[in-house]
Design a protein around this ligand. Structure first.
Ligand code: AQP
Length: 342
């Protein structure tokens, strides 16, 4: 097979299932914004079909889809520069997902830790969609021939599976058609941890709201959650090595670094030796300074439902213009009569 050149294209998505939180912002959204520019074509999606792999109230799903779209724009995505849409409106995602269901192996899916975490003990009762989720995610990415996918660290395994699917498809059909996508996992906070338990990731599904900072929290709520965040009694170290086996301290330092566009080392060179009683108010002030403008813009945009819906509809049109020909070529490769010219 000869090496194909793919247009540098970024794809990523966020589920409109819960409150957007600081983990989504630092692990994904902020980095989506950083990648918007002349170097890449950027395609970002509210993955509503992923959201319904667990039960969603229809009205709430509609509201959250618009809220995540508002969050994208408020965080700095420009709907002219980036393509913003909701997944269900581009049917090529599910059409390609079916083909990938036939490429991926059951054993690959059974190894996915997210399925195990979300299905819990009673896997027999989980939806088939939750099990097949990573094949749809591979289709989300590959239907755009995306070359780069910015995500938080928790999505690493799914991206490896996306690569496996692309490699197996290319191998089975003897063609270099799907790119072997690069995960873009990085920055100082690729995995933002739960504020009350540094061994678990910050998540929208944790029953306690005190474990996370929501993008819609006001200044008082942010300050209170940081004040009450679990820490240890020691002062902050001056070097990153000093954060080893101090997961809660490391988390707060990483959050500070990511919000302030610094490395953890730079932060520690400034705050090393300080107690949490002094560092936490600094972190709260920084978080409020960075997040408040986003949350007020989100609130404003949430009042402009028609504008959001128009942005999503236009984004879906632009997304389909890329996805439809790639799906058609896939059908031709696979041997579907009537799909193409051959
Ligand atoms: N804690 C996190 N740290 C860094 N990145 C994170 N992401 C999520 N949580 C963190 C990244 O956000 C993007 C969208 O994630 P998603 O739509 O898959 O949402 P999620 O992972 O389901 O988010 P939650 O809040 O953790 O939901 P539940 O509780 O349902 O699992 C992804 O790029 C993800 O890596």
């Amino acid at each position: 097979m000869t090496e194909t050149q793919f247009t540098p294209r970024v794809f990523s998505g966020i589920q409109p299932s819960g409150n957007l939180h600081l983990g989504n912002y630092l692990g994904a959204l902020k980095r989506f914004v950083d990648m918007q520019g002349p170097e890449y074509e950027t395609v970002y999606c509210m993955v509503d079909l992923h959201a319904i792999t667990v039960w969603q109230d229809p009205d709430r799903l509609r509201e959250k889809t618009r809220e995540v779209c508002a969050g994208f724009i408020a965080a700095g995505l420009d709907p002219e520069k980036s393509i913003l849409f909701n997944q269900s409106q581009v049917p090529e995602h599910t059409q390609l997902a079916w083909i990938f269901n036939c490429i991926a192996r059951i054993g690959w899916m059974q190894r996915m830790t997210q399925f195990k975490d979300k299905a819990g003990k009673n896997t027999q009762n989980a939806s088939l969609g939750l099990f097949a989720y990573p094949a749809l995610m591979a289709a989300d990415i590959l239907v755009y021939h995306a070359t780069h996918v910015p995500v938080g660290e928790d999505q690493k395994q799914h991206l490896e599976l996306t690569r496996d699917i692309a490699i197996k498809f290319n191998h089975d059909y003897g063609i270099d058609f799907f790119p072997v996508t690069e995960p873009v996992i990085g920055g100082p906070a690729p995995r933002v941890m739960n504020l009350r338990d540094g061994s678990r990731k910050m998540s929208s599904s944790d029953p306690s709201d005190m474990t996370r900072i929501n993008m819609t929290d006001d200044a008082d709520a942010i300050a209170k959650k940081i004040r009450k965040a679990k820490t240890d009694p020691d002062a902050l170290p001056s070097e990153v090595e000093g954060l080893e086996s101090r997961p809660e301290a490391r988390n707060l330092v990483n959050i500070y670094a990511a919000l302030n566009d610094q490395t953890a080392g730079q932060v520690l060179s400034e705050v090393g030796g300080k107690q949490f009683g002094e560092f936490k108010p600094m972190l709260a002030e920084l978080a409020v300074e960075k997040l408040s403008p986003i949350s007020s813009e989100m609130a404003r945009l949430m009042g402009e439902e028609a504008e959001i819906d128009q942005i999503l509809a236009r984004g879906a049109e632009r997304a389909r213009a890329i996805a439809a020909p790639i799906l058609q070529q896939t059908y031709e490769i696979v041997g579907m009569v009537g799909a193409g010219k051959s």
